[in-house]
Design a protein around this ligand. Structure first.
Ligand code: AMP
Length: 576
């Protein structure tokens, strides 16, 4: 039976090519994103062989945007969002303005009209949601202050682009009619869009905030995991869709608010876990869809224009963002991270530039330059981060005095130091991860007056521990710099109390190299993890589930009761 299945073909090609090229990129020690983008080029219309359906690929990519923004919203409260408005709003507005002016200047030299330059510059000014959020997640920055600023900034940009999309058709009609800018044809759609977005936010905060946590709670009590998973997805995708079709907002904005409202529920952590696998798969398809748009001919035909475009995206925008963040007296490290996160363009730029070409506001070359600029700037983004990792200590060293003064306890934007001063402790214990497991270890060490140091990557936990006077390093413990600063060579014990075995393995391996005699006690959740951690150098690995089973069994037979026939107990034993 002959079949026409473009949706299946696009998903299959997208995932298979992405897997192959992503694995090759990983082996070559570059970011897998480079592989996903190349997979898109291979599946795209400009290279021979199979050609996937671009329209479908774009829609699948939108699902990636929705799930990513929803996931970020789950870690955000309204308070978090409002706490960064003082920098995010002016920051995004100034950066959009600067990038647009730079785009217009380039357009001027090319002899384009000023409207063409305006569309071109605007498209260069907005960062990709997917790239930014993935980077923040990979670097565990979402819940830090700099991560919150970047997300707040992104939301302002998103809103500006929603407005730009309604502005462009109005601008085109005014241009045709040779009207003036004060024409109500321009301001009316903007006012209506702003009104609709405000109505959406209001509905979410007033109705959604009550109904969504309640619905989630209700579904959780049905006891069906499948229904719970379904409810989370239905809420995320449903609200994003409603936001864009009924309220004229973007999918991303809708999904973010859905997540933010759900974060009020104690079940939000579980909700986040449920969407992870889908989120990752669709985010990969986003990169494939970007790769598919890329026409390599532009690089050959207009190399210097491509260089100019990249310069604006990677350098011009970053410098603007850096200066704005510094002007608000945030530390250099925060300014660097924010500028690097925004040094790329993506999905909104294509939509905006595409619309500009359709409305005859901008020539086709503009769109081709934007597409080339997007793929190259996304590929370059991991290297931009490597570059700031290199630059950061150098700038900070130069600015050490003033910045230390600024980061006195009263400083408003003080952040946990990323690369801390090495500890002075010796013969100490190091606890990696201060959650359900690590915190119990910490209590015991404290009772026994054993000096210890914690490495933890959740900002709020770090803050609490610091308030109690515990020495703590903030960040991913797998980072060699943190491990070096923990002075493992002089430590007595390392407790690796985190649940992710992959990262635990990296930590154990490095710790063993740093001190062959160190006692390393690690946490595992399966036999395979236990074997792997032991192989990598753990002295002893505790398998959590086995200990729980042991505890349950010991509890049941603590009085040495011999097992008899099963009876149904009605009273619940007191477990407190
Ligand atoms: P729990 O599973 O409740 O014991 O929590 C584990 C704790 O370890 C959480 O507070 C995490 O934030 C923290 N954690 C997980 N991975 C890392 C890591 N690679 N570096 C530092 N802290 C981590």
């Amino acid at each position: 039976m002959p079949h026409y299945t473009p949706l299946i073909a696009t998903i299959v090609a997208g995932l298979v090519f992405a897997f192959i090229f992503g694995s090759i990129a990983q082996r070559l020690r570059t970011s897998p994103i480079v592989g996903y983008l190349l997979a898109g080029v291979v599946a795209g219309p400009y290279t021979p062989g199979f050609v996937a359906d671009q329209a479908i690929a774009n829609e699948l990519a939108e699902l990636g945007v929705i799930l990513l923004m929803f996931g970020v919203g789950l870690h955000f409260s309204l308070k978090d969002l409002l706490s960064v408005r003082a920098i995010a709003i002016p920051g995004a507005v100034v950066q959009i303005g600067t990038a647009t002016l730079m785009g217009m200047a380039m357009a001027y030299f090319l002899g384009w009209t000023w409207t063409a330059g305006f569309v071109f510059g605007l498209a260069l000014s907005v960062a990709s949601t997917v790239v930014l959020l993935r980077t923040l997640q990979e670097r565990r920055l979402v819940e830090t202050e700099r991560g919150r600023i970047a997300v707040g900034w992104l939301i302002v940009e998103d809103l500006a682009m929603v407005l730009a999309l309604v502005l462009l058709p109005a601008m085109a009609s005014v241009m045709m009619a040779k009207g003036s800018v004060s024409n109500p044809a321009i301001w009316q759609p903007i006012a209506i869009t702003l009104g609709k977005v405000a109505a959406f936010v209001l509905v979410m905060l007033v109705v959604g905030q009550r109904v969504i946590p309640w619905a989630l709670h209700w579904v959780a009590h049905t006891g069906s995991r499948e229904l719970f998973r379904l409810s989370v997805l239905a809420i995320a995708i449903g609200i994003a869709y409603a936001a864009s079709t009924w309220f004229g907002a973007s999918f991303a904005l809708g999904a973010f608010f859905a997540g933010m409202v759900m974060s009020e529920s104690p079940l939000s952590q579980r909700a986040a876990e449920e969407t992870l696998p889908l989120r990752d798969a669709f985010a990969v398809l986003f990169f494939v869809s970007v790769g598919m748009l890329f026409n390599p001919a532009i690089v050959v035909n207009h190399p210097w224009l491509v260089v100019g475009t990249i310069f604006i995206i990677v350098f011009g925008k970053s410098v603007a963002a850096f200066l704005i963040v510094r002007a608000f007296k945030y530390p250099t490290s925060t300014a660097l991270v924010i500028s690097a996160s925004l040094a790329q363009i993506g999905e909104f730029s294509f939509i905006l530039a595409g619309l500009g070409v359709t409305l005859k506001l901008m020539p086709q070359t503009g769109l081709d330059l934007i597409l080339a600029g997007a793929i190259i700037s996304i590929m370059a983004n991991p290297f931009v981060f490597q570059a700031i990792d290199w630059i950061k200590p150098r700038i900070e060293k130069r600015a050490v005095k003033p910045e230390n003064e600024m980061a006195s306890p009263a400083a408003p934007h003080e952040e946990a130091t990323v690369i801390p001063e090495p500890t002075r402790l010796t013969n100490h214990a190091v606890v990696v991860g201060y959650g359900r497991v690590g915190s119990h270890i910490g209590e015991r060490l404290h009772e026994m007056s054993i000096p210890f140091l914690v490495i933890e990557d959740r900002a709020e936990v770090v803050k609490q521990l610091r308030a109690r006077g515990v020495e703590v390093f903030f960040g991913n413990a797998a980072s060699p710099k943190l491990i070096a600063a923990a002075n493992l060579a002089a430590a007595r014990t390392l407790f690796v109390a985190i649940p992710e075995s992959f990262e635990a393995g990296q930590i154990v391996e490095q710790a063993r190299k740093a001190n062959p005699a160190l006692e390393i006690v690690a946490r595992a959740h399966s036999d395979a993890e236990q074997a792997n951690l032991n192989k990598l150098g753990a002295s002893h690995t505790i398998m959590g589930e086995r200990e729980i089973a042991q505890g349950m069994f010991d509890y049941a037979f603590k009085n040495g009761v011999t097992p008899g026939p099963v009876t149904t107990a009605t009273a619940r034993p007191d477990v407190s």
